[in-house]
Ligand binder design. Structure first.
Ligand code: AMP
Length: 114
């Protein structure tokens, strides 16, 4: 999609620090990390956010979760634990309108998040 930041990262037009990729997803480091390990997993196809997911997106969402598992292994946080977050809408602070799964780990995280 034109003018989409994460579509630009997927295509390689915008530089990013890629951690892992599959045929359906790309994982890259968040530029403003909120934890020692903070990686974003995005679908290669443009999907706006988690509120627009339908059963037709099942394969890509499953692929994002499996890519997140791979990221956890690469980041060596698979045993200590990690948090997976989809932000939706203003109150959650969603700032980029291309579906992304935050993979956060490497420190103890409180619950509920602040
Ligand atoms: P959200 O607030 O859930 O929409 O998350 C968007 C995330 O994208 C934020 O954590 C930003 O720090 C991150 N971000 C914005 N621009 C870039 C970029 N060019 N490369 C990597 N991460 C980015």
């Amino acid at each position: 999609m034109e003018d989409c930041l994460f579509c630009g990262i997927v295509s390689g037009d915008i530089p990013s620090d890629i951690v892992a990729s599959s045929n359906l997803s790309v994982a890259f480091r968040d530029v403003r990390p909120g934890a020692p390990s903070h990686v974003l997993v995005v679908p290669k196809e443009h999907i706006t956010d988690a509120s627009t997911i339908s059963p037709s997106n099942g394969a890509v969402v499953a692929d994002m979760l499996m890519t997140a598992q791979e990221v956890a292994f690469i980041e060596k946080i698979h045993e200590s634990g990690y948090r997976l977050v989809f932000n939706v809408g203003e109150d959650a602070g969603n700032s980029v309108p291309h579906l992304h799964l935050h993979v956060l780990g490497g420190r103890l995280m409180g619950w509920p998040p602040g």
